[in-house]
Design a protein around this ligand. Structure first.
Ligand code: AMP
Length: 229
C-alpha cells in the first residue's frame, strides 16, 4: 500500500522538454512506491553501454529528433513486463506520439492494466529555452540541476554524490530549438488525446519545484483510483 492507500497505480507524466518532468517524476514515483520509467534515461543508458538500441537511438537524440516508434514501443513493452512494475509505474517521456499512445493502450489492455491518470506539466514556450539550456546533469548518478533555479551547493558538483555536472548534448541551443519544434508538432497532440479520454490532469509548471510537486500530489490524490472504496 502506498501514500494513496492503493496497491497499484499506473501513471503517465507529460510536458514539453524542460518542464521538469524528470525531477518531478522521480520524487513522485518514490512517494508512490512505484517504478519510474524514463525512456530518455533508457536510451542514454543504452548509449553508454553501446548496445544495438543505443546505437539506433543516438543519431536521433543528437539531432533532437524522436527515436522511431518501432524502437521505442518494443523497448517500453519489454520494460513494462518486468516484475518491478507489479505495483504500478510512472512513465516519463513515453508516449511521445499518437502511434505510441495507441501502442501503449494495446500493451496495457493485453496486460489487463488500466491507466489511472495522465499528468501534464504545462510551461509556456518562452520559459523552456532558458530552462533547458541552464540544465546540468550529474555524470555519476543522473541527478538534475539548473544554473539558476536549482543550483548545486558546490559549483559543478552533485549534492547527492559529488559527481561532476555536465550539459547534455541535446541541451545545446540548436538541438533544444529542434526538440521544442518536434514536441509541439508530434507530442502536444497527446494532450487532446488524453483529455478526450477523461484521464488528463494539468499542473502549472512555471513555478518553483516544491509548489509544482504539491500540485502533482493533489492531482494524483484526486484521481478515481485514490477515491475511498
Ligand atoms: P528525454 O530525456 O525524455 O528528454 O528524452 C531525450 C531524447 O530521447 C528525446 O529527445 C528523444 O530523442 C528520445 N526519446 C525519449 N523518449 C522517447 C519516445 N517516447 N519516443 C521517441 N524518442 C524518445
Amino acid at each position: 500500500m502506498n501514500s494513496l492507500g492503493v496497491i497499484r497505480v499506473n501513471l503517465l507524466i507529460m510536458g514539453p522538454p524542460g518542464a521538469g518532468k524528470g525531477t518531478q517524476a522521480e520524487t513522485l514515483a518514490q512517494e508512490l512506491q512505484i517504478i519510474n520509467i524514463s525512456t530518455g534515461d533508457m536510451f542514454r543508458e543504452a548509449i553508454r553501454q553501446g548496445t544495438e538500441m543505443g546505437k539506433k537511438a543516438r543519431e536521433y537524440m543528437e539531432m533532437g529528433e524522436l527515436v522511431p516508434d518501432s524502437v521505442v514501443v518494443g523497448s517500453t513493452r519489454e520494460r513494462l513486463s518486468q516484475p518491478d512494475c507489479a505495483r504500478g509505474f510512472l512513465l516519463d517521456g513515453f508516449p511521445r506520439t499518437v502511434v505510441q499512445a495507441e501502442a501503449l493502450e494495446d500493451m496495457l489492455e493485453t496486460m489487463g492494466i488500466v491507466l489511472d491518470g495522465v499528468i501534464n506539466i504545462a510551461v509556456p514556450r518562452e520559459k523552456l529555452l532558458e530552462r533547458l539550456m541552464g540544465r546540468r546533469i550529474c555524470r555519476n548518478c543522473g541527478a538534475s540541476y539548473h544554473l539558476r533555479y536549482n543550483k548545486p551547493k558546490v559549483e559543478n558538483k552533485c549534492d547527492a554524490c559529488g559527481g561532476e555536472l555536465y550539459q547534455r548534448e541535446d541541451d545545446h541551443e540548436d538541438v533544444v530549438r529542434n526538440r521544442l519544434f518536434v514536441y509541439y508538432k508530434q507530442t502536444a497532440p497527446l494532450i487532446g488525446y488524453y483529455f478526450a479520454k477523461g484521464v488528463l490532469r494539468e499542473v502549472d509548471g512555471a513555478r518553483p519545484i516544491a509548489e509544482i510537486f504539491a500540485d502533482l500530489q493533489a492531482a494524483v490524490s484526486g484521481l478515481p483510483v485514490a477515491a475511498p472504496h
